[in-house]
Design a protein around this ligand. Sequence first.
Ligand code: MG
Length: 265
Amino acid sequence: MKKTIFILVACVCGASAHAQQYVINGTKSEKTKAMEPTMTELYFPKVEKITPGDQATASAPSDAIVLFDGKDLSKWINTNGKEALWKINGDGTMTVNKDTKNGGGSIQTKESFHDYQLHLEWCAPANITGAGQSRGNSGVYMQGMYEIQILDNYENETYVNGQAGSLYKQSAPLVNPCRKPGEWNVYDIIYKAPTFNDNGTYRTFPLVTVIFNGVIVQNNTQLIGTTEYIGLPTVKPHGDGPILLQCHGDPSEPISFRNIWIRKL
Ligand code: MG
């Protein structure tokens, strides 16, 4: 039996920032056979740029699991199964290690999670260079497979469903409250894991709310599958999964993280 695949189509004639969803029957391989990255990149409607209010650093509440407190990466491993070797800076922050030949690469939590509230802070360096997707690209993945984009979009245009606060290539953020390079951005994410039917399709979809610098940019948004760079989202039955921080291969200066904690719901 063929799986049901969803495709996103830009809503270019309405005021909504949401992509419209259409359903096409066919397997992923059939639908992605001749696809290119640009075929799933939306540029309209543009996302309004706003200025966020001031935010004090949010220390972890008493019932949170602290995933990174600035001291070590004991809660994390490299996605290749080896030790996580991102740079601990000694000031409460850590920096992505892009040197994949020397312990770099994406990292993920050792523990897996189901439903949760996740807090993390990220900062692009003040001297960052590059443009589009090659400017401070990282990402935080829910259950290891659904990416909320991290990117310096303070003064940087890219496809709207790939900018900071997007559910990558599925849902553009409602607004753009990105702070300038050298300043800390805050993500507070509320995630509800999907459930699955016996045939592997979603019984209930993954749901994501993202508060970006105190501003809602994803409002209980439904994911329709994995967040693919090339091709359409696909549905892969899964259980609990890790929080994953992306080491992106772009040549721009690496971003930093601090103050990462999670509360199981
Ligand atoms: Mg990314």
